[in-house]
Design a protein around this ligand. Structure first.
Ligand SMILES: Nc1ncnc2c1ncn2[C@@H]1O[C@H](COP(=O)(O)OP(=O)(O)OP(=O)(O)O)[C@@H](O)[C@H]1O
Length: 320
């Protein structure tokens, strides 16, 4: 069952110099219980997509196309309507836990406030009970709800934010770089926790990261974003073992490994195009080692190759 989908979705920032086309005509879907990784270099539009789903971007942001949660069109929803969805239907986990965990409120108060927004009748005792349960699930002793988030370690704070995103039992959770600020060991623990919770709650999760290595084990499907477009969409193992788009291939090569003898390329030369004025052809053409003439002239369509969707002229039937 499809939980969330986007069709020809555009999310543009309005600036004095024009529109920044951060999410430009993307198609995306996520099924119940599925984890979808959204990966790509910094600035490719991942966070814009994640935050655009919840419409927590500046009020001047332009939305067009279609996106829906359980069939309800979010593009057309008013701020009042979307407030009912935020937290309750769609939860969000940010890179910096302080975005959600107000440092001057005790943990229990933060959870109480979140619950009250959607369940105004809830009592403090009921909220405490629900908070205790969900804190336990993420490995935090319930008594610690009496503390402030600054008394927690980085990993614990991240766990508390995950608990906060789960307390309303949302259908979809969007996790935006949930482990970037943590050390490698804690990073692995948090990823493991997210994997366990996803099974237990049968929730769908969009996992946003610049690091393909992070989503390797957790995601069922991976979407690779480049300059506002999704350029490849494939099952995780297909993406790793049989990448199609030249950008995905380079991205995989740039994953750091522990082999000190391997001094091969660890970054992709060049930089992404300006999204105020993106090129009319393929947006990756300028950096692509396999560039053909058509690539700079015309935007490629998305084609399906062995169940992988790829937006690249190399796979097109059209001979040029
Ligand atoms: N408020 C804003 N106004 C104008 N442009 C913006 C705004 N926020 C982001 N952008 C631009 O939109 C594009 C996409 O940014 P976004 O943060 O979504 O990328 P990202 O892939 O999530 O990168 P990162 O991993 O660095 O967060 C970038 O070109 C960025 O400069």
């Amino acid at each position: 069952m499809t939980i969330f989908e986007a069709k020809n979705l555009k999310v543009y920032y309005k600036t004095k110099r024009g529109y920044v086309k951060a999410v430009d005509n993307i198609n995306f879907s996520i099924e119940k219980g599925q984890v979808v990784g959204l990966v790509g270099e910094s600035g490719c539009g991942k966070s814009t997509f994640g935050q655009g789903i919840l419409k927590i971007l500046p009020p001047s942001t332009f939305y067009d196309g279609y996106m829906s949660i359980e069939g309800k069109n979010l593009v057309k929803m008013s701020e009042k309507e979307i407030r009912v969805i935020r937290g309750k239907k769609i939860g969000m986990i940010f890179q910096d836990p302080m975005t959600s965990l107000n440092p001057i409120m005790k943990i229990e108060k933060i959870f109480y406030e979140a619950l009250k927004t959607h369940e105004p009748e809830i009592t403090l005792d009921e909220a405490r009970e629900r908070t205790a349960k969900v804190l336990e699930k993420v490995g935090i002793e319930p008594e610690r709800m009496k503390e402030y988030s600054f008394q927690f370690s980085g990993g614990m704070r991240q766990r508390a934010m995950i608990a906060l995103s789960l307390v309303l039992n949302p259908t979809l959770v969007i996790a935006d770089e949930p482990t970037t600020s943590l050390d490698v060991i804690v990073q692995a623990q948090i990823m493991e926790l997210l994997g366990e919770l996803r099974k237990e709650y049968d929730m769908s999760m969009i996992l946003i990261t610049h690091d393909l290595g992070v989503v390797a084990e957790t995601a069922d499907k991976i979407c690779v974003m480049y300059a506002g477009h999704i350029v490849e969409e494939a099952k995780s193992e297909d993406l790793y073992y049989s990448p199609k788009h030249p950008y995905t291939k380079l991205l995989l090569k740039s994953i750091p490994n522990t082999n000190i003898d391997d001094l091969s390329l660890k970054y992709i030369p060049g930089s992404p195009p300006d999204l105020l004025n993106p090129p009319k052809g393929c947006r990756f053409a300028e950096r692509c080692p396999f560039k053909k003439r058509i690539c700079e002239l015309k935007e490629p369509e998305v084609v399906e190759v062995n169940e992988t969707k790829v937006k690249c002229w190399l796979y097109s039937e059209v001979k040029v």
